[in-house]
Design a protein around this ligand. Structure first.
Ligand SMILES: Cc1cc2nc3c(=O)[nH]c(=O)nc-3n(C[C@H](O)[C@H](O)[C@H](O)COP(=O)(O)OP(=O)(O)OC[C@H]3O[C@@H](n4cnc5c(N)ncnc54)[C@H](O)[C@@H]3O)c2cc1C
Length: 338
């Protein structure tokens, strides 16, 4: 058993003070003093001996559990609001239905009642080799190798990989937030800063142990949604091994702004394909001005997947991604599924 100390923060400032000693850590995931929110990921990882913090700072009593209107016409989701309360909030359901659907596609009702918005973004990969401390994993132990590269890699990445890591990010919520161009609000010793969601999660490169750009001495306080929620034409579609309580093999958050039958703006974020929610802005831009037809959406899928690469057990994910993208666009555009 590994011992650790436990404390409870009574303000954002006191939480930041408690994690100030983390400055030498490469990022929040690898800090030795860890914030604990719902605990549904961190405590599992501690029990599996994958994460070994020396101190836990309980932030569950901080006043970050509200949803507020922003001056720009969007919503600010508190970092400690539960996934369930966020997904069932009437404003989120009406204005950002794709986000509500994505959250409800994740985990189970019990887990969503505990899991928080901040913790959801920082949950760690479900790669088997990351969890199994008897195997090599560059994310868990930098320089030890990647067990998945030549191992059982059925659930692994097809885009944005490196020779050091082919793990995928498991969050459903983050995929919808990526499509919405949300912003993560954080506070550290130097004050507040805003991180666009597209810059929050990282590709593995040669530092796969660094999941995000959140510094080890920063706390997430909220997530801001822009005014544009694509409520009329959007969806979240998740393909998985079981109908519930399973992580995405492939998921797609799709949003369209239509002018009659013509696409004015298109957004697509993919989950289950990479180390971060995957966007291809060039492929999105190419859809603007095109008719909202299956042919346009098929061309979009081909463009997004042009560099996709399968491994021994996961090549099926490329075809699956093509189908999920097409089906999600059909749903968002109100077309009959092909
Ligand atoms: C069986 C099972 C199935 C699941 N299925 C899915 C699924 O299908 N889809 C999906 O998306 N998720 C799924 N999950 C994951 C679940 O959504 C996450 O465990 C949860 O969202 C994490 O939130 P938490 O508040 O419990 O985080 P915690 O476990 O408390 O923390 C996670 C990490 O975030 C850090 N942290 C937490 N809050 C903050 C903050 N405000 N600022 C800075 N750092 C912070 C912690 O230090 C820790 O590193 C599943 C989990 C389980 C156990």
């Amino acid at each position: 058993m590994r011992s650790f100390s436990y404390g409870r923060a009574d303000s954002v400032q006191s939480a930041v003070k408690d994690i100030a000693g983390n400055q030498a850590a490469p990022d929040a995931a690898n800090a030795t003093v860890k914030l604990v929110a719902g605990g549904t990921n961190l405590l599992d990882l501690m029990k599996a001996d994958v994460m070994r913090p020396v101190r836990l700072v309980d932030i569950t009593r901080l006043p970050l559990k509200t949803i507020e209107e922003t001056a720009e016409g969007g919503l600010r989701l508190g970092a400690l609001m539960t996934n369930a309360d966020t997904a069932y909030d009437e404003r989120v359901q009406a204005r950002y239905p794709m986000l509500s659907k994505a959250i409800l596609a994740g985990a189970s009702a019990q887990l969503r009642n505990m899991a928080t918005n901040g913790g959801n973004l920082l949950q760690r990969t479900r790669c088997y080799y990351f969890y199994d401390t008897a195997t090599p994993c560059n994310k868990r132990e930098p320089g030890s190798g990647c067990g998945a590269l030549h191992g059982v890699n059925r659930i692994h990445a097809i885009l944005g990989v490196s020779e050091h890591c082919i793990a995928v990010h498991p969050s459903d919520m983050a995929v919808a937030l990526a499509a919405l161009d949300a912003t993560v609000r954080v506070t550290g010793p130097g004050g507040e800063r805003a991180i666009p969601i597209g810059e929050f999660h990282r590709l593995p490169g040669d530092t796969p142990h660094i999941d995000t750009t959140l510094r080890a001495d920063e706390i997430i306080t909220g997530i801001e949604l822009p005014a544009q929620g694509f409520a009329a034409h959007s969806t979240y579609l998740k393909a998985r091994d079981r109908a519930s309580y399973a992580f995405a093999l492939i998921s797609a958050a799709v949003a369209l702004e239509l002018d009659g039958g013509t696409i004015r703006e298109a957004r697509l974020a993919l989950g289950g394909v990479a180390h971060k929610p995957w966007r291809d802005r060039a492929a999105e831009a190419a859809l603007a001005g095109q008719p909202a037809t299956r042919d346009s959406f098929r061309a979009m899928a081909d463009a997004v997947l042009r560099d996709a690469k399968g491994y021994e057990h996961n090549s099926f994910k490329i075809d699956l991604a093509r189908s999920v993208i097409l089906r999600a666009f059909e749903e968002a555009a109100g077309l009959e599924p092909s």
